[in-house]
Design a protein around this ligand. Structure first.
Ligand SMILES: [Zn+2]
Length: 200
């Protein structure tokens, strides 16, 4: 290959990378991921992909929860950017399980005053407001990661802005083992027990 051909190939590669959205090209895996922001959740490693090198659109927030901004992002990814699969990742020992809702609301009220007067979206301001006393629900603390994961899957599957043909799955990353499992399925609870043998 001549140097000219080599440089031309390299330029074309960078051009295709930069102009992906203009050319209406999807990400490599046609994948949208919603994951908790937690620093112990290595999204690329546990999925075996490279989300930040073209494989997926990666959305992270506290808990890996389907919030209004998650819906906004997934809706854009699926309807306009070619995404056909959604993967949700929650994880064990999530910080969202370490406070009770009323404790958090009390602490924030003490610090910032009446929470109902605060715009949760500073751009939309009063155009997007919560009902009175809904601030605690907006924080979305939870106490059972399996239930929450199953719930997030259903929230997306049932949402009118997510196309029905998009597949949605949810997984729990165990920070203690470094592996993913489906909600409500624990290998650790099935091994080293004679319960099944006794049942026979
Ligand atoms: Zn978390």
């Amino acid at each position: 290959m001549s140097l000219e051909q080599q440089l031309d190939t390299d330029f074309s590669r960078r051009e295709n990378w930069a102009l992906r959205r203009q050319q209406q090209l999807p990400n490599n895996r046609r994948l949208w991921i919603c994951a908790c922001m937690d620093e112990r959740l290595p999204v690329d490693d546990c999925l075996g992909i490279r989300a930040d090198h073209g494989d997926a659109h990666l959305f992270r927030n506290a808990g890996g929860l389907i919030t209004e901004d998650a819906i906004r992002s997934a809706m854009l990814s699926c309807n306009f950017f070619g995404t056909t699969e959604i993967v949700i990742i929650n994880h064990t020992e999530c910080g969202m399980m370490s406070y009770r809702q009323d404790t958090a609301v009390d602490a924030l009220t003490e610090r910032y005053g009446d929470l109902d007067k605060i715009d949760v979206d500073p751009f939309l301001g009063p155009r997007l407001t919560l009902d009175p006393h809904a601030f605690g629900d907006w924080i979305r603390l939870f106490d059972d990661v399996d239930e929450v994961c199953a719930q997030q899957i259903e929230l997306l599957r049932q949402h009118p802005l997510i196309p029905k043909q998009v597949t949605v799955s949810g997984w729990i990353y165990e920070v203690e083992t470094g592996h993913l499992r489906p909600p409500h399925r624990h290998i650790g609870k099935q091994v080293n027990t004679s319960r099944q043998m006794r049942a026979k």
